[in-house]
Ligand binder design. Sequence first.
Ligand code: DX5
Ligand code: ZN
Length: 217
Amino acid sequence: MSIQIAPSILSADFVNLERDLKAISSADLVHVDVMDHHFVPNLTLGEPIVERICQVSDLPVDVHLMIEDPDRWAPEFAKLGAASVTFHMGATHAPVRLARQLREMGVKACFAVRPAEPVEPLFDILDEFDMILVMTVEPGFGGQKFLSNQMGKVRRLRDRITELGLPTRIQVDGGVSVTTAPVVAQAGADVLVAGSAVYGAQDRAQAIDSIRRAAQG
Ligand code: DX5
Ligand code: ZN
């Protein structure tokens, strides 16, 4: 499956969001991090801004919910025009019910695990999700160091998805750069989120291209 690059606007300039969205038009998705000061110790943006991003973005919008009670809130974000909505294992009570609800709304359902959370509990419900997100940092902030010890999880997930013949994508988020992109791609990830590696570069298009090439080997 082809590699997709998803720049995270967490590292963009929030007062120049439209400009910074246009700068990543060569990417495949735009990754939007929603944080609530409870599930993670940071606060970013909510429904009104996500809605405007969905309206002006030329790319499909990938909403990463780092919030408590996604069972209650994820459908609200799905209504705003997002292509995919990701919610966390550590926050949901009924992941299968929520995934089905999102899919019925025409939105891709994605499930995320933090570094200390296992992927094996997902092995029998993988067909309920379009994408699994393996966090390669503790969620909450951009610019953290990549956790290479998460690659075993990515490999085990990839093997299981292949065994089942599913189209499920594997996303990695946190510390993805030109250096770590080959590592995650070789482990079996095919959607690479990159915040500081894209928005920290002068030329964002070139940064996207470099990460893509590095991942493709
Ligand atoms: C962190 C967010 C990430 C963040 C990644 O909790 O989920 O999407 O923006 O930033 P980098 O690529 O700088 O690690
Ligand atoms: Zn994210």
